[in-house]
Write a protein that binds this ligand. Structure first.
Ligand code: DLL
Length: 446
C-alpha cells in the first residue's frame, strides 16, 4: 500500500481520498478543475476553439458551479478529431491507446500517459475493493481484452489491488467453466449478460452454478437491473456489484459499488466531476444543469487526466446523482436506465430495454434471455414491438403462454406501450459474449 492510504474499515485499507470530507473533496475538485480547463485550453486546439467561440476563458472558472458555463464535448468531437487530435501530450508520452469498436461510425480513440494508467489502475482497484475483492484473491477476468477498455482496465486494477489475475477475456464459455472449476477463483469480472451465459452453460453441463468457488462478481459495461442482480446472486450464490465507466472518460472504474450497501456506484469524485443535464435540451449554460436527484444525462469532466483531458463529456447515459453512503463524500449514481440513443419511442411512449428486464424477471416462468424487435408492417405507419423471451426450462408451453399474457399486460401498465410477446424455446436466442445487443430494429430504413 502507498503512503496515501490509511486504515478505514475493519478488513480493507482505503485511499485517503475515499474518506475525506465533502468540503475537502470539493476544494480538491476546484483546484484540479481549474488546472484541467487551463491545461485543455492550452494544449488541445478543439478546446481553445470551443471556449473562444463560447466567449469563456479558463480564468472564468472561480467556483465549481462555473463549470456549467463551459461547452460540452461529444462523441462527434472525438470522431472529428480522429485519431489523435484530442491528445494533450506528444505521442511519445502516450503509453497506451484504446478505441471504441466504431460500428456506428469512425472509432473514437483514447490515450493514456504512464500516470493516467497508474491512476486508472488505482481507481479500478478502489472499485474492486469496494465490491468485496481483497488482495490475495484469485480474479477471473472475463471482460474482453484488446482495444476495449474492459479487459486491460480491469486487469491492471486487479493486479494493482494485489490479486492473482486470470486473464481469460470474453468468449470460449466452455473453457471459462473449466477454469472456474479448476482454478477456483474468488471473484469474476464480466458483463452481467455474459455471466448469465456462463451460469446457463454450467447448468447445461450438469454443474450447479451455486456450487463454484466464486464469491464476488463485479459487473458492468451495459445496463442491468436489481432484478438481474437478484437472479445472478441466487443462481450463482455470490455477491454482485456494479462497476461503471466509459472509454472517453477513462474506462471501467469511473464509479464502483460498495458490497456492504449495494445501492449504486460511487463516482470517484477526486478524479471526475459529474453533472446531470437535460438530455434533450441543446442549450449550454448553468441553466441546463439539473440538481442532485433529478433524472437526466450524465456529464463528466476529468480532473487528473494528462493524455486526454475531457471537459463536460456528454455520456448519453441517463441516470441521477444521489448522496454518498459507504463513501460519504463521493456521490452515487442511480442505475443507468438506458442511453438516450438506445431509447425506443413507440407511438409516443419512451421505452428502454432495462424496463422490460425489470418486469420480465418478476414473472417466474420467464428467463432473463430476451430481445426486442421493432418492425413496421407493410402498408402501415405504426411501429410494432415484439418482445421475444425464452421460457424457463421447467415451464410448460401452456405455462409460458399464460406468462406471456402477464408480461404483455405488465408492460402496458408500467410502460404504457402495447406490444406482442413471443415466448420462445430455452436456448433459442443469441447469447452474450460481452455487451449484449437487446434491440433489433427491423423497420425499413427511411
Ligand atoms: O464499457 C467500460 C467498462 C468496462 C465499464 C467494463 C465497466 C466494466 P465503453 O465501451 O466506452 O466502456 O462503453 C461505455 O457502456 O456509456 C454506458 O452506456 C455503458 N456502461 C458501462 N458501465 C455500465 C454500467 C466500457 N455499470 C458505455 N451500467 C457507457 C450501465 C454501463 N451501463
Amino acid at each position: 500500500m502507498t503512503q496515501e492510504t490509511v486504515a478505514a474499515t475493519s478488513d480493507a485499507v482505503l485511499d485517503r481520498e475515499e474518506t475525506i470530507s465533502r468540503d475537502e473533496l470539493e476544494a480538491l475538485q476546484l483546484s484540479r478543475l481549474q488546472h484541467t480547463v487551463a491545461y485543455a485550453y492550452d494544449r488541445v486546439p478543439l478546446y481553445k476553439r470551443k471556449f473562444d467561440e463560447a466567449g469563456i476563458h479558463p480564468t472564468d472558472l472561480r467556483e465549481l458551479a462555473d463549470l456549467g458555463k463551459f461547452p460540452f464535448t461529444t462523441k462527434e468531437d472525438l470522431r472529428l478529431e480522429y485519431p489523435f487530435g484530442m491528445f494533450a501530450v506528444p505521442q511519445h508520452e502516450v503509453a497506451r491507446i484504446h478505441a471504441s469498436s466504431g460500428t456506428t461510425g469512425r472509432a473514437t480513440v483514447v490515450g493514456y500517459t504512464k500516470k493516467d494508467l497508474a491512476d486508472w489502475a488505482k481507481l479500478v482497484a478502489r472499485s474492486l475493493r469496494a465490491s468485496g475483492v481483497r488482495p490475495g484473491m484469485k480474479v477471473h477476468n472475463a471482460y474482453g481484452y484488446g482495444l476495449f477498455t474492459g479487459g486491460l482496465g480491469a486487469h491492471a486494477g486487479a493486479e494493482a489491488l494485489g490479486c492473482t489475475v486470470i486473464p481469460i477475456s470474453g468468449g470460449q464459455t466452455e473453457r471459462q467453466i473449466t477454469l472456474i472449476q479448476d482454478f477456483k477463483p474468488d471473484a469474476i469480472l464480466a458483463t452481467p449478460t455474459y455471466l448469465l451465459t456462463i451460469a446457463d452453460a454450467m447448468v447445461k453441463q450438469g454443474i450447479d452454478p451455486a456450487s463454484t468457488s466464486l464469491k464476488y462478481a463485479v459487473l458492468g459495461a451495459e445496463p442491468w437491473t436489481e432484478e438481474m442482480r437478484h437472479e445472478l446472486e441466487v443462481t450463482m450464490n455470490l455477491k454482485a456489484c456494479d462497476i461503471y465507466g466509459l472509454s472517453e472518460v477513462m474506462g471501467p472504474g469511473v464509479a464502483g459499488e460498495a458490497v456492504e450497501t449495494q445501492d449504486g456506484s460511487h463516482i470517484w469524485e477526486d478524479h471526475f466531476r459529474p453533472e446531470i443535464v437535460d438530455a434533450f435540451n441543446p442549450a449550454v449554460g448553468v441553466d441546463s444543469v439539473l440538481g442532485d436527484g433529478e433524472h437526466g444525462e450524465l456529464v463528466f469532466t476529468s480532473l487528473t487526466k494528462e493524455a486526454l483531458p475531457i471537459i463536460r463529456y456528454r455520456t448519453k447515459d441517463l441516470t441521477r446523482l444521489l448522496p454518498g453512503t459507504a463513501r460519504p463524500a463521493h456521490r452515487r449514481m442511480g442505475r443507468i436506465t438506458g442511453r438516450s440513443d438506445d431509447m425506443i419511442i413507440l407511438r409516443g411512449v419512451n421505452l428502454f430495454p432495462s424496463q422490460i428486464e425489470e418486469i420480465a424477471l418478476r414473472i417466474p416462468e420467464l428467463s432473463p434471455h430476451f430481445q426486442l424487435e421493432l418492425t413496421r408492417p407493410e402498408g402501415t405507419r405504426m411501429d410494432q414491438l415484439t418482445v421475444k423471451i425464452e421460457r424457463r426450462d421447467a415451464v410448460t408451453v401452456e405455462g409460458a403462454a399464460a406468462a406471456a399474457k402477464v408480461l404483455q399486460q405488465q408492460i402496458k401498465i408500467h410502460v404504457g406501450s402495447s406490444c406482442t410477446v413471443d415466448v420462445v424455446e430455452p436456448g433459442s436466442l443469441e447469447r452474450s459474449n460481452g455487451k449484449l445487443r437487446r434491440i433489433y430494429d427491423l423497420r425499413p430504413k427511411a
